[in-house]
Write a protein of this length. Structure first.
Length: 223
């Protein structure tokens, strides 16, 4: 069985168990971008509270975030944690968007997404996971989002070394799966749900849809 077939097999098992998750929860692409920055190092419930505060002040737009004072913005997004840092990062993003794309996400996403990825990674506070989340969920571009859950799960499934970094992990999916936005979208959401329920730091294997394929007990899976 090829690596691609193994990855699709894992996807199907998780999808059958967890069902469609329809991630990312947002009303607009710009809200996805803001959420991707705010969710760094915090729970999603905290991000929702911060976004609600921005909506209540009618600031959830490139123009609104650009105009509001950094201190006021930090106070509004306080529930998301690291509020001064994240205020600065939001300011950096909308400033870059204004200078390079006239403040328009439509213009930003109009070109080659691979070139855009390189540009986004140069924006202060935009790391690979945030960048790929913006591209996939806001821009509908076929790039795979990697997080700590992804590395943990696929190391335990025997498909990645324990020390695998972001790009090595991302390449596992980019090089072996059809580059389709719906697949990448659902796959990442399923990985998150799988790790929250079963593949925790201390794994809970009872009832896990991947238990017979996991190497938690030092047995390499027969995928």
């Amino acid at each position: 069985m090829t690596v691609g077939q193994q990855l699709l097999n894992i996807f199907k098992r998780m999808y059958h168990f967890h069902g469609p998750l329809q991630w990312w929860p947002a009303e607009t692409p710009f809200e996805v971008c803001v959420g991707a920055i705010l969710t760094q190092n915090t729970a999603w419930t905290n991000v929702e509270r911060a976004i609600a505060a921005l909506k209540a002040r009618d600031l959830l737009s490139a123009e609104g975030l650009h105009a509001v004072a950094a201190g006021e913005l930090a106070a509004l997004i306080r529930p998301a944690g690291y509020f001064n840092v994240k205020s600065s990062r939001l300011k950096a993003f909308v400033g870059w968007l204004s200078v390079h794309h006239g403040g328009s996400l439509e213009r930003m996403f109009a070109g080659d997404w691979r070139v855009l990825r390189g540009e986004l990674l140069k924006v202060r506070g935009i790391g690979p996971e945030t960048c790929d989340s913006i591209l996939l969920y806001a821009g509908q571009k076929p790039t795979f989002v990697v997080d700590a859950y992804t590395r943990r799960l696929f190391h335990r499934l025997g498909l990645l070394p324990e020390e695998a970094g972001y790009e090595q992990t991302r390449s596992l999916f980019m090089d072996n799966l059809p580059n389709r936005v719906p697949l990448f979208n659902e796959y990442h959401a399923l990985i998150v749900e799988q790790c929250k329920q079963f593949c925790r730091t201390r794994p809970r294997c009872d009832g896990c849809p991947l238990a017979n394929r996991c190497c938690c007990k030092n047995t390499r899976p027969a995928l």
